[in-house]
Design a protein. Structure first.
Length: 699
């Protein structure tokens, strides 16, 4: 079928296409074409002119019109009319909503602006609708800052400490690799376009190895699956180093010229023979030896790392350990060798221009960690914590569903003295606790500009249709709030399109973005072939002086989980909570066609563990620990390894059997680096529920 050529302008009644970008939290950042007929979006497809998208979208985003025109979409401001959490609201006008919100926030700010907290993450990855006008607004008020840690900060800090920044291979060159380790990633579900490059490499003879506690759909398609225990990735990486050393599968010249701390790392790695790592990781010793030989002797060899592995206590150290491997073998010499976790550090975003931190002046507000929002909302005022949180403004996130230890999160959101405003498309779990819900535009209805963390293209998103109902863009809502509060700074007059132009300044050709929808950053094909790491030393830092100066171990090491199996007989099972394939965090859960594929909230359990507990496939189970209880259906399957259960997420709580989801069980403990959550560092027990309770499930 011939793809229609995008047109800049067309009669309203004629079918035409508009260039855009996928806004969701995925490395692929696809280029979109939206077909519009009579002012209505009738189709969303991948742009074939964009090489990384190549005309292909994932199942989720291909349903984007279903989400945009969803019958439950919020299209007018809503004011709470019942108890918090009841979901009872009454429509109100924008003028009334904005005036009341401005008055409430203004009164709090007059007492102490740090009692106001913004809460946002990657509901949109756009630089305009995600981190521009609203940052200006909160900086101008002097509100508390938010430490946005919930997804990637442990791995990001590890990259900074080892490679110097969030950068690595160009994703397209994985197609030329001869060995690809897919480590901590279900690429088929969460990085589809990388998977297409990996498949190309496979057809050309490359070997694919999946390293993941879960036997994912990606593991099914790889030559080998290494099903290690959660939180043991650093032990595996150190054992690989051990074998590289004892067999001299090393690039001594690259190590000598382009690394720092080799002798210290060598001594540590020699403490990790494969036998020790096999016991820690729960994998056959021969599997470790063979993987080390493959990594040490295959060229070019590459690692596609993802964020699953860093959601444990030692997650930052684990990423550091893996990030050392390409330098040991000189894999960086080849454009198809090395590693990629994130490419986002390569984008020259002018965040100061977008976010205007200068509006703070001399004020230095406290910082609230979004991963411990449950504790923060329940904390009283104190000299150490600062003022009690009195107001929360939530946008681009659904913390009641996605934040850890959600029992505490719910308790905090239910506070009658907490004023909560939520910008949303739908009445999510978080929106149920709002005092006001403000209708936000979707990606088809606003301007935005995007970087990527999986490739090196900047993408421009044009609005394809007019906003539905009374929806307004995030940036417009904060622009309007600023006006209502009398904030007259000229920066609040910048339009959304003007913000798109400010995002990169002269560093990116905006005319090219306008004409084709994307622009590719320039840079070497093999970024570290001759060293040149953006670290203080200019080298790959096996030993980080910066970490040592903070009192931390300068070398990567294996750190056992906070909740280590065998330490609490009451909770013998480790639980990880990988994403369901057809959802993206808690987004798309209410899209009927996608929810129908997923079926219902599900726990995967190995047959051995199920048999020991009298649990049968398809039954209802109770998953529990000291933090709470979660009831769901169970799939008895070898996708789970023995001793580990997989609670597929992230379902909205209101769709669960008892109004909870898997985050009822996760903790607010943080990682070694980056202050990030430890979702996959969680012990539980599972018990069968009587068959008579099964009918209460939400399909």
């Amino acid at each position: 079928m011939t793809t229609p050529t995008p047109t800049a302008q067309a009669p309203e009644s004629a079918a035409h296409t508009v260039r855009g970008a996928c806004p969701h939290d995925c490395p692929d950042t696809c280029a979109l074409l939206t077909t519009v007929q009579d002012g209505r979006a009738v189709r969303v497809q991948g742009n074939p002119a964009h090489a990384h998208t190549d005309g292909v979208l994932c199942a989720k985003v291909s349903k984007y019109t279903e989400r945009t025109y969803h019958p439950e979409r919020i299209l007018t401001p809503l004011k709470r009319s019942g108890p918090k959490g009841s979901g009872q609201f009454t429509p109100v006008g924008w003028d009334e909503a904005l005036a009341d919100i401005a008055a409430r926030l203004g009164a709090i700010a007059a007492r102490n602006p740090e009692a106001i907290v913004p809460y946002s993450y990657a509901g949109t990855m756009g630089l305009v609708q995600g981190e521009s006008m609203e940052r200006r607004f909160f900086h101008r008020l002097g509100a508390s800052l938010l430490d946005r840690t919930i997804c990637a900060s442990a791995g990001a800090e590890a990259l900074v400490q080892t490679l110097g920044g969030k950068m690595g291979m160009k994703v397209e060159f994985f197609a030329e690799s001869q060995l690809i380790l897919i480590w901590g990633s279900n690429s088929i579900g969460s990085n589809l376009h990388f998977w297409r490059y990996a498949q190309q490499a496979k057809r050309n003879g490359a070997r694919l190895v999946c390293i993941d506690p879960r036997k994912s759909e990606t593991a099914d398609k790889c030559h080998e699956h290494i099903a290690l225990r959660p939180g043991t990735d650093a032990a595996l990486a150190l054992a690989l180093m051990h074998e590289l050393i004892v067999h001299d599968w090393l690039d001594q010249d690259y190590i000598a010229r382009h690394t720092q701390g080799w002798e210290a790392l060598r001594a540590r790695a020699l403490q990790w023979p494969p036998e020790r790592a096999a016991e820690v990781c729960g994998v056959p010793v021969e599997q470790i030896r063979q993987l080390a030989q493959a990594w040490g002797t295959t060229k070019p060899a590459a690692i596609r790392l993802n964020y699953g592995m860093q959601r444990v206590r030692g997650g930052g150290n684990a990423v550091r350990a893996v990030a050392c491997l390409p330098a040991l073998t000189g894999a960086w010499r080849h454009r198809a060798g090395g590693m990629l976790l994130s490419s986002s550090g390569q984008f020259p975003v002018d965040r100061a221009a977008l976010q205007r931190p200068d509006l703070l002046g001399a004020r230095r507000p406290r910082t609230i960690n979004m991963s411990t929002i449950g504790d923060a909302l329940l904390a009283p005022a104190s000299d150490r914590f600062g003022p009690r949180i009195e107001a929360l403004v939530v946008y681009n996130s659904n913390p009641v569903a996605v934040a850890p230890e959600s029992g505490k999160v719910v308790q905090g959101f239910a506070r009658e003295d907490l004023f909560t405003v939520v910008l949303e498309h739908f009445q999510t779990d978080t929106a149920d606790y709002a005092d006001y819900i403000l209708p936000a535009t979707t990606q088809l209805e606003h301007w935005d500009i995007h970087l990527s963390y999986g490739h090196t293209d900047v993408l421009l998103n044009r609005p394809a249709i007019a906003p539905l109902g009374q929806a307004r863009s995030n940036a417009q809502i904060f622009r309007d709030l600023a006006a209502c509060m009398g904030l007259a700074d000229p920066c609040f007059a910048d339009s959304d399109e003007a913000l798109c132009r400010q995002a990169f300044g002269a560093a990116v050709d905006y005319a090219l973005l306008e004409s084709q929808g994307f622009a590719t950053l320039t840079g070497p094909d093999a970024p570290f072939a001759e060293g040149g790491f953006p670290t203080p030393s200019g080298k790959c830092e096996f030993f980080s002086d910066r970490l040592a100066a903070q009192g931390q171990d300068g070398l990567p090491d294996h750190l056992p989980n906070h909740e280590l199996q065998g330490t609490d007989a009451r909770y013998p099972l480790a639980m990880i909570s990988p994403p369901a394939r057809n959802f993206l965090n808690s987004t798309f859960v209410n899209v009927q066609s996608l929810r129908a594929i997923e079926g219902r909230p599900l726990l995967e359990m190995h047959p051995t563990d199920a048999a020991a507990r009298g649990i049968v496939d398809g039954g209802v189970v109770r998953v529990f620990n000291d933090r709470g209880t979660y009831r769901c259906h169970v799939a008895v399957t070898e996708r789970a390894r023995p001793g580990v259960v997989n609670g597929l997420g992230i379902w909205w709580r209101k769709m669960g059997l008892d109004g909870t989801n898997v985050n009822e069980l996760t903790s607010q403990a943080l990682t070694d680096l980056g202050r990030a959550p430890t979702f996959y560092d969680c012990l539980v027990e599972v018990a069968a529920e009587p068959a008579t309770t099964a009918h209460t499930a939400t399909a």
